[in-house]
Design a protein around this ligand. Structure first.
Ligand code: PLP
Length: 512
């Protein structure tokens, strides 16, 4: 399709472009042709959300002036972005950022099984270690296996300035034993943050931990004995399975919808058959790996089920602040101290800092002592840096920007997957966060794809990791947290080609 000539209204749009990112293309030393450098400049601005869908691209004449390029270079840059689905040309009006295209991939399906299997001891250690070790041992240009955003999407400059100021002003924090419960200023700031999820807590009800991982481990130690059963979502975060295995607990995997989360009916039925069920661990907002958000009614029904059966409800809040629209925590309905709320700033503020926290209701005194026995307090510097950042009211602005960028990146990733993965692929694009859950067409194995893709420089997260069973070998979790660029696009195209060749080898003839 040939595009109409873009309009020549330079003034308003030139400002947008120079505001978006100053002269990245001009003077840059790059092997790419000039038009590709100009296109890459705007691709980054679109991916960053600086140029949201519907916004006008600078006119061709404005591009010529801004980047000191010829008419044909400016036009080629626009046409490249148009061919990549990022811009659309409007007759006599110029180029505009394309609104998200409906992907041609079908929506993720509801789980096939409606009943839980019996609780089983977890034996995932070997398979997960093998996948993680092989993945980490291979230096890859494109890594879609993580569950964090790109480091540049976190306020690392503000945090590092804060750290430097603190060390200058209060060097004694390096020589003073920290409060075992965590720095009080941080606990106050987190209690304030929890209000957004409608949770009322005092700082004395909060314990700072080494990430959510420690909070989950301590919670389970507080409410179970080896051999007990714990209900978890299926699929679930593999780190939770590793914790269950290390504590000698049995996992009762409950069918979980990619859209509405854990099935409370299936839990009710399974709980009636499992006398040693002691706890439920749930990620109600942006479940990992599915991205599901439980409706409020389901959250309340789950709490009621735990009350009726005297189960501890361990709520993992890791991703909740990344929801496009604010969601309530289950803890906000808890009037009896049954919910152990576990959270972390690892995905939302600072992946390098390992700051988590918990509020354990009726088990709080017990978890304080378990934490002290297990790892002693968190170090003070990181806590003080984060306390200052939160206390200065900078979190809201950071989270707004992070959510907007992730929304754009999810769309771009969904489009790239839709462009390259074979027909029959299904996709869940959640309302927040960075995790996309892909159901491969019948017959494709995520483990086979993991091996083949790793050989070609792409690290994936196979569905096989997210269960104690083999049920999810036909799935992949894809990280949309890294801004889309040509390398990622090429890696997704390569993934599509791998799927197609594996399908051909199995005798399927339909192309993507
Ligand atoms: C659902 C869930 N819970 C907990 C964690 C671990 O959190 P942290 O890194 O804060 O220990 C993760 C990390 O991926 C996760 O996805």
């Amino acid at each position: 399709m040939t595009s109409p000539a873009p309009g020549l209204d330079a003034r308003a749009t030139a400002k947008t472009a120079s505001d978006a990112a100053p002269t990245a293309a001009r003077g840059a030393v790059s092997a790419d042709p000039l038009y590709a450098q100009v296109a890459s400049h705007y691709r980054q601005a679109i991916a960053a959300g600086t140029m949201p869908p519907g916004s006008r691209m600078p006119s061709v004449r404005a591009l010529m002036g801004l980047h000191r390029v010829s008419l044909s270079t400016a036009l080629q840059a626009c046409r490249l972005l148009e061919s990549q689905g990022l811009l659309q040309a409007r007759q006599r009006a110029g180029y505009f950022v394309r609104p998200p295209r409906a992907t041609r991939l079908a929506r993720a399906a509801e789980p096939r099984q409606t009943e839980a299997d019996p609780a089983r001891f977890v034996g995932v250690h070997e398979r997960i270690s093998d996948i993680l070790t092989r993945g980490l041992a291979t230096d890859v240009p494109v890594n879609l296996s993580g569950a964090c955003a790109h480091p540049t999407m976190y306020p690392i400059r503000a945090l590092s300035l804060q750290a430097q100021r603190l060390l200058r002003r209060r060097p004694e924090i390096l020589g003073t034993p920290p409060d075992p419960r965590g720095l009080v200023a941080l606990r106050v700031a987190l209690a304030r943050l929890a209000l957004d999820a409608r949770i009322q807590l005092g700082p004395d009800q909060i314990l700072i931990t080494h990430g959510c991982t420690e909070a989950l481990g301590i919670s389970l130690r507080a409410v179970t004995q080896p051999g007990d059963a714990v209900a978890v979502e299926s699929p679930t975060y593999y780190g939770l399975l590793q914790i269950l295995e290390s504590l000698g607990l049995r996992a009762l995997e409950i069918p979980t919808s990619p859209h509405t989360g854990l099935s409370v009916e299936a839990l009710e039925a399974a709980a009636a058959r499992e006398p040693r069920l002691k706890a439920v661990v749930v990620v109600p907002n942006l479940q990992n790996p599915l991205g599901a958000v439980m409706p409020d009614a389901a959250k309340q029904a789950l709490l009621a089920c735990c009350e009726a059966r005297d189960l501890a409800l361990i709520e993992d809040d890791t991703y909740a602040l990344l929801c496009d629209t604010p969601q309530r925590a289950i803890k906000s309905w808890d009037t009896t101290g049954r919910v152990i709320f576990c959270s972390s700033l690892h995905k939302t503020l600072a992946p390098g800092m390992r700051i988590g926290w918990m509020s354990a209701g009726r088990w709080h005194a017990r978890v304080e002592i378990l934490k002290y026995a297990q790892s002693r307090p968190n170090e003070m510097l990181g806590q003080a840096v984060v306390a200052e950042f939160l206390g200065a009211g900078q979190m809201d602005r950071h989270l707004r920007a992070l959510r907007a960028r992730l929304a754009t990146q999810r769309e771009l990733m969904a489009q790239a997957l839709s462009d390259h993965l074979p027909a029959g692929t299904r996709l869940s694009v959640p309302a927040g966060g960075m995790n996309l859950w892909v159901e491969l067409p019948e017959g494709l194995s995520s483990m086979a794809l993991f091996d083949a893709a790793l050989d070609k420089g792409l690290r994936l997260s196979p569905g096989w990791m997210y269960s104690n069973s083999d049920r999810f070998d036909g799935f992949l979790r894809i990280n949309a947290g890294i801004p889309m660029d040509e390398r990622q696009r090429a890696a997704i195209a390569m993934l599509g080609a791998l799927c197609a060749s594996m399908r051909r080898a199995q005798g399927y003839t339909a192309g993507p």
